[in-house]
Write a protein that binds this ligand. Sequence first.
Ligand SMILES: Cc1cc2nc3c(=O)[nH]c(=O)nc-3n(C[C@H](O)[C@H](O)[C@H](O)COP(=O)(O)OP(=O)(O)OC[C@H]3O[C@@H](n4cnc5c(N)ncnc54)[C@H](O)[C@@H]3O)c2cc1C
Length: 319
Amino acid sequence: MAVLVVIEHVDGEPTEPSLQALTFARGYAVDGAPGEPVHALAVGLAPRGLGELGVGTVHLAEHDAFGSYAPAAVARSVVETIQRLAPSVVVAAGSELGNEVMAHVAAMLDLPLAANCISASGDEVTRIRWGGSLLEEATVHSDVVLLTVQPHAVAIEKAPVGEPAVERFTPDLLPADLAVRVTDRVEAAADGVSLADAKIVVSAGRGAGSAEGFGIIEELAALLGGAVGCSRAVTMSGWRPHTDQVGQTGTKIAPEIYIASGISGATQHMAGCKGAKKILAINTDPDAPIFASADYGVIGDLREVVPAISAEIRRVKGA
Ligand SMILES: Cc1cc2nc3c(=O)[nH]c(=O)nc-3n(C[C@H](O)[C@H](O)[C@H](O)COP(=O)(O)OP(=O)(O)OC[C@H]3O[C@@H](n4cnc5c(N)ncnc54)[C@H](O)[C@@H]3O)c2cc1C
């Protein structure tokens, strides 16, 4: 039986979490049933380079409705492919889109969904729960195992098999499948590095004091070639846009270094920066929970510490 992977892409370029999910699914196929062919499903355009990652067949759903994102319509395409292919497992990225689409798939088929898995073998999965504060081992009771893969849980690995076959189909969409769809997109101001991909993220929380308090954070991020992040206390105060928020209900980041200033380290915030290789915390409170997760800590006022770091970087750069 086959393994089916739902691939998200931007104009044909697969997203990193999708390629991670593909690597995960390939390992799953080998562990679960050697030699199971890997099938991919995409909507709109056939994503590039999937043969490099072991995909033998791409099922390409084409429909006028795919000009804009409609989660239930994508899910309907997945359901039709499941019914045609009868895979043993269906895998998608544990991204907002992947989890949304797979939740619709599970509801349409009345099957369980294991979201945000970090490993799986047969019907046994280990998945992240409660914003990353616990790992749950679970058994999925279903003929078709539906799961999503926690972003950054596996590294992308290539396994070239040549150019995949592309099988096109037009899903039979119901009016209800298009009831919820994206009608407009407002791009975030593009000022260089995106938060999700940045190698360095400089963040501040309520301790920044105001929107203007982010001036020194932006300055340090620019000096380091990094991105600016923040906590939910900041977005709730309207100091920064939601696109800057790190955490369970914000962006999940995995930079080389995460500089978190004036952030207490609530579980929901840490759920978004667990993937950081190193964390530098700056906080006036020596008992702030973030110090328990930090590799380096400075007990001090961010309004003094952050400009001092910037000044030292400038001095070293001779700027
Ligand atoms: C369902 C749910 C989802 C959530 N999702 C998220 C999420 O995605 N991301 C997220 O961040 N939060 C999230 N939260 C909110 C989270 O629980 C915290 O409330 C939030 O992270 C607190 O933000 P903060 O650390 O900036 O503020 P606070 O907890 O108020 O901490 C401010 C910190 O700044 C320090 N400080 C103050 N002044 C200075 C100074 N001058 N210099 C240095 N340090 C200073 C203080 O000592 C304190 O530790 C969520 C909550 C819920 C219930």
